[in-house]
Design a protein. Structure first.
Length: 537
C-alpha cells in the first residue's frame, strides 16, 4: 500500500507540473482548482500557447467562415426540396411548447411554470415571461412561424440563427430569425467582440435598412455572437458550421435538376411536326450556300420549336415529298430514374411520399404509419434539438432551473388510444377530464371532471329498465323476482306502470305525441259515442 500511494502521489505531482507548464499564469481558478502558491512569471512556448488558443476556441461561440455557398443553397428552395422542407415546416409550425421547473420531488421530475410564479432571487424577470416571449417573439412572428423558419434554414443551410435582442438589463426581449445567407461571420475576436460577431447584410434593402452602401457609410449591421442563438446540424470537420442536407446530397440533387432541365428543354426546343416534306431525286444537285442553310435553320426553329408550335406542318422548297413523321417520341424522359432519385432525396429530409402527398391511393393505415414514422424519425429529434438550445442559451436569463420542451402535433391511432384509455379506466388511474382529453373532447370545469373515471355499469344510450312493482307484502330475502301468495304457486310479478320513452332520435319533428293526449275534449267523446252506438263502455 505504501508503494502504491507513493506512485499515486508522484503521478499527481507530475500531472500538476505538466499542467502548470502548459497553462502557466493564464489559468483561471476554475481550471486550477486551487490557487498557485507561486506567482512567478513563466514563459509559454509556442506549442503551449497554441494549445491555449485551441481550448479557448473550443469554449468560444465565435463563428467561422462558411464552407458552402449558403446563398446558393437558399436559392434551392424549389422543386423536390420545396416539397420536403415545406411539408416538414408545416408540421413543425403546429408544434407546441411548454416551460417547466426542474423539481426532484415531483413524480415527473418537473412541474409546469405558472403565471404567478415569483422571480428568483437576484433576477428582475419572472419565469413566466419566457413563456410570453416564445408565444410572441416579435411584433410579426408567432412561435409557429419561428419553428417553420428554423426548419427551413436547417434543411437548406444546415444552420438556423436567431437574434436575441436584449433590453437595457441584458435580458432578451425579442427573437428574430436571421437567414443564414445574410449573416456574414466575423471570426476576429477583440475587446469589442470577445466572442466574434455576425455582419447582417440583406441582399435586398427594405424599410429603415434601405440605405445603399457608399464610401461614407458602413455596410450592414453587426450582431455580437453572444446574442445569436445557433441551432445546427453538426459538421463532420468544423464545430462552428452546420452541415446541410443539400451538401450531403449535392450530386443527387443536381441529377434531379438536370433531369428537370432536360424535360423543360425538350418541351421548349423539341420539334414535333405531324408531317414532313422530304426532298426527292436530288442527286447531283448543287449544295445550298452557308447563309441559306442558316436562314433555313432559323426559319425552322422559329416555326417548329416549342410547345406552342406542336403539330404544325413544315413546308420545304419545291421538289419534296410529304411523309408521315412516324411514332411520337416519349413525352417525359427519365421516369424511373427521377422517381428513384426523388425517393432518395426525400429520405435525406426524413419524409416519405405518402406524407408529402405524392401517393393518391394511400390507405388510412399506410398514412398513419407514415405520419408516425415522420414524427419518430424526423420531427421529434428536430424539436428536441431546438428545445435543447433554447433551454441552454435562452432559459437561463429567466431562471436557473427552467426546462423547455417542444412537442409536435400528436398522431395517434384511435384503436390504440381506445385500448389504452380502457386499461387506465379499468385500473382507476385516470380522471374523467383526462379521458375527455385523450378523445379530443373539451375539458369540463365541473367538479366531477377531476374525479377518477371508473368502468361504466351500463351503456348510457340504452333505455332504463322497466319499473317493477310486486303485489302483496315485501319480498322475502333471497326469493328473487317472484312472491309467495298464501302458500299457493308463485306468481310472476306484474307491471305497475310503463316507463316514459326517452326522446332519443327525436329528429327535427320532435317525439310523436301520445294517443292519451288526444283522448280528451268533447269532440273525442262525441265520436266514441257514435261508434259505440249506445252501448256502454
Amino acid at each position: 500500500m505504501g508503494f502504491l500511494s507513493q506512485m499515486l502521489d508522484g503521478a499527481k505531482a507530475d500531472g500538476a507540473a505538466v499542467w502548470r507548464e502548459i497553462f502557466g499564469e493564464r489559468a483561471t481558478d476554475k481550471e486550477r482548482g486551487t490557487p498557485r502558491a507561486d506567482n512567478r512569471n513563466r514563459s509559454v512556448a509556442t506549442s503551449q500557447a497554441s494549445l491555449m488558443r485551441l481550448i479557448e476556441a473550443l469554449r468560444s461561440n465565435a463563428p467561422g467562415g462558411w464552407t458552402d455557398d449558403v446563398y446558393q443553397q437558399s436559392q434551392r428552395f424549389k422543386g423536390i426540396e420545396y416539397v420536403c422542407i415545406h411539408r416538414t415546416g408545416e408540421q413543425m409550425g403546429q408544434a407546441e411548447f411548454q416551460v417547466f421547473h426542474r423539481d426532484e420531488e415531483h413524480p415527473d421530475g418537473k412541474r409546469p411554470v405558472k403565471r404567478n410564479d415569483p422571480a428568483e432571487r437576484g433576477r428582475s424577470v419572472r419565469p413566466y415571461e419566457l413563456v410570453e416571449l416564445l408565444q410572441k417573439p416579435n411584433p410579426d412572428d408567432s412561435f409557429g412561424d419561428l419553428m417553420y423558419q428554423w426548419n427551413q434554414q436547417l434543411d437548406l443551410t444546415g444552420m438556423a440563427l436567431t437574434y436575441l435582442l436584449p433590453n437595457q438589463l441584458g435580458i432578451p426581449m425579442e427573437l428574430y430569425p436571421i437567414p443564414t445567407a445574410t449573416a456574414l461571420p466575423g471570426p476576429i475576436v477583440d475587446e469589442s467582440y470577445p466572442k466574434g460577431y455576425y455582419r447582417i447584410q440583406p441582399y435586398y434593402p427594405y424599410g429603415p435598412f434601405s440605405t445603399f452602401p457608399s464610401p461614407l457609410s458602413s455596410t450592414g449591421a453587426i450582431i455580437p455572437a453572444q446574442w445569436m442563438l445557433r441551432v445546427k446540424y453538426h459538421h463532420p470537420l468544423l464545430r462552428y458550421a452546420g452541415y446541410s442536407p443539400l451538401s450531403a446530397m449535392a450530386l443527387h440533387s443536381d441529377e434531379v435538376q438536370m433531369m428537370d432541365r432536360s424535360r423543360h428543354s425538350s418541351m421548349r426546343r423539341g420539334v414535333h411536326p405531324s408531317a414532313v416534306l422530304n426532298f426527292k431525286d436530288m442527286d447531283g444537285a448543287v449544295p445550298l450556300p452557308e447563309p441559306e442553310i442558316l436562314r433555313i435553320k432559323a426559319d425552322f426553329e422559329e416555326s417548329q420549336m416549342g410547345p406552342e408550335n406542336f403539330g404544325k406542318l413544315f413546308v420545304t422548297t419545291p421538289g419534296a415529298e410529304l411523309t408521315e413523321f412516324g411514332q411520337r417520341p416519349v413525352d417525359m424522359d427519365y421516369q424511373a430514374g427521377w422517381d428513384q432519385l426523388c425517393a432518395f432525396l426525400m429520405a435525406a429530409y426524413g419524409i416519405t411520399k405518402p406524407v408529402a402527398g405524392m401517393v393518391d391511393d394511400a390507405a388510412y393505415a399506410t398514412l398513419f404509419a407514415a405520419l408516425k414514422q415522420l414524427h419518430l424519425l424526423t420531427l421529434n429529434p428536430k424539436c428536441a434539438r431546438i428545445a435543447d438550445k433554447i433551454t441552454r442559451y435562452l432559459a437561463p436569463y429567466y431562471g436557473d432551473d427552467l426546462l423547455v420542451e417542444i412537442r409536435c402535433q400528436r398522431i395517434d391511432d384511435h384503436d390504440v388510444t381506445r385500448a389504452m384509455v380502457d386499461s387506465m379506466v379499468a385500473a382507476g388511474a385516470i380522471t374523467k377530464n383526462e379521458v375527455r382529453k385523450e378523445y379530443g373532447v373539451p375539458l369540463t370545469t365541473e367538479s366531477w371532471g377531476e374525479e377518477i373515471a371508473g368502468p361504466m355499469e351500463k351503456d348510457p344510450l340504452q333505455p332504463p329498465d322497466q319499473e317493477l312493482q310486486r303485489e302483496g307484502p315485501a319480498s322475502a330475502p333471497g326469493r328473487g323476482d317472484v312472491l309467495p301468495l298464501d302458500g299457493r304457486e308463485e306468481a310472476p310479478f306484474t307491471v305497475r306502470s310503463r316507463p316514459k320513452p326517452r326522446q332519443l332520435g327525436a329528429g327535427a319533428l320532435g317525439p310523436r305525441k301520445s294517443m292519451e293526449a288526444l283522448h280528451t275534449g268533447s269532440f273525442y267523446d262525441q265520436v266514441m259515442e257514435v261508434c259505440r252506438n249506445g252501448h256502454e263502455r
